[in-house]
Design a protein around this ligand. Structure first.
Ligand code: FES
Length: 151
């Protein structure tokens, strides 16, 4: 009897440990996790990016936007369970929608629908002397930072 009770206690603890490792809102197996962007990511000519646009750029999980203040870049890795929204979701001028569990972010990366609770990280955007964009994914900046486009 004691052995059986001990077995059930161990089984219960294992079930709790497993459920604690599953992100809130996940009803099924863990989604495929994306890789955070890193290094210098080349983009198009700054003047070719339309005001009001938001779109993937380069091969990594990063998106580039432009509003009235200038250019900005954000990760496309969902803050809920790290799905790459470029692969599993949609990116449009109005924001990002994660296809894994339904989180939605506005065009500046703020959460507008969970289960995600944290905004998307922003990265430094540089304009080279030839007018092309470089995103420095190793340097995080505040979500209010913009790189003005002249010309
Ligand atoms: S990874 Fe769960 S909503 Fe994006």
């Amino acid at each position: 009897m004691n052995d059986r009770r001990r077995f059930l206690q161990v089984l219960g603890a294992a079930a709790l440990a497993i459920s604690a490792g599953v992100p809130q809102g996940c009803a099924s197996a863990a989604p495929q996790q994306g890789t955070e962007p890193h290094g210098l990511i080349k983009g198009p000519l700054a003047t070719s990016v339309a005001v009001g646009s938001l779109a993937p750029v380069g091969d990594q999980a990063v998106v580039l936007g432009r509003d009235a203040g200038g250019l900005y870049a954000m990760t496309a890795i969902c803050t809920h369970a790290q799905c790459n929204i470029r692969d599993s979701g949609t990116v449009s001028a109005s924001g990002l929608s994660c296809g894994c569990h339904g989180s939605q972010f506005d065009a500046n990366g703020n959460v507008i629908q969970g289960p995600a609770t944290s905004p998307l990280r922003h990265f430094e955007v540089l304009i080279e002397t030839d007018g092309t964009i470089t995103i420095n994914a190793d340097k995080e900046v505040a979500s209010s930072v913009r790189t003005p486009v002249t010309g």
